[in-house]
Design a binder for this molecule. Sequence first.
Ligand code: HMG
Length: 389
Amino acid sequence: MKIGIDKIGFFAPHMYVETSDLAVARGVEPEKFTIGIGQERMAVAPKSQDAVSLAANAAQTILTDEDKQAIDYIIFATETGVDHSKAASTYIHDLLGINPYARAVEVKQACYSATAGLQTARGHIALNPDSKVLVLGSDISRYGLNTAGEITQGAGAVAFVVAKDPRVMAIEPTSVYKTEEAMDFWRPLYSETAFVQGKFSVDQYINFFDDLLQRYQEKTGLHLSDFHALLFHLPYTKMGLKALRAAVEDANEADRERLLNNFNISKHYNAIVGNIYTGSLYLSLLSLIENSQTLQAGDRIGLFSYGSGSVGEFFTGVMVTGFQDHLNTATHETMLKNRQAISVADYEAIFNDKAPVGQVSFEIDTTTDPAPFVFTGVKDHMRQYKHQA
Ligand code: HMG
């Protein structure tokens, strides 16, 4: 039985900063951000968007009433959780009207956890072939104003349905994964911004990729020529490019050219949204499958998932016949095109205007947020959401 991604959608908030404007404000050359880091725009989340509302907005674009009845498991991957106890997926279950006889959990391991969600979903479908699993990866990445990590911030969510006989991409059974405790990036419970040892995190990422790709090749006997594209978790697009360049250094020209060209297509959405942590690898997948002119049914794609701390996995998917007919490319293009550019001063004001922490009740003005699902505030310590469209 083939199991894999049956549908996939994403959502980014309606505001962004041009990274060249941010560079000027921070006194660095714009090319450092646009070429050296490889980011063009950075999504900015208003106070009325959190990990839950972003995920609800991503999921509502792909789910039919039939899906909502068939889904019996919601796996919500995030490192921007809104509660230490209650899973973010319970809100999604309610907001989207999913079948009551469903499991709803939240999973965490930095940017890796949506891949844990995907692999868990595969196992669930193998045991329950007629059900469907909704996997969500949703985050707001915050390092702080004027920090080295600031340029690698972003916000957004990816949602995908895992099912048998998938209509987009079948996941192949073999994958390789590893864990190694490391303090390359972390966010303690008391901090709203991440702590990071930037250069160490880059080395850790590259070492994981090299090790896992080699192990995968030894295990399967596959070579670079067997892949149409290699996709990466993209904290910033130069990160994936660095890893890929090292991997194709000794490859023949055709493989090198194909993999570098397809990487360029796969980084497009990430370059104009930023790091969305758990959803990042799947945003890159979307960018490739929605924008490639050469991708065909039967093409194999390699996917590298990495989450600081650290857990990584290399696995593969094969495109399914007719996958082009099951994409929401126009919706995503329109959403991205309709976003508003804001000034660095406005971004800084939004960054500093945080929802109050620990206040019994408060309301958030949602009138300027065009998103269908919004976070409206807290009432008696209970978070409130609204579907406003
Ligand atoms: P930095 O100190 O700004 O970097 O920090 P830099 O000075 O090394 O410059 C970056 C690149 O810009 C260099 O290129 C420069 O040469 C180039 P590279 O050596 O990398 O090829 N550059 C220029 N290029 C063109 N024109 C110019 C110019 N000037 C310089 N004028 C760093 C960069 C990524 C470390 C920082 O932004 C950071 O700490 N970011 C956050 C951590 C991060 O994203 N790490 C990635 C791996 S860990 C990961 O992926 C997990 C994560 O997503 C979290 C999770 O799992 O939850 C982060």
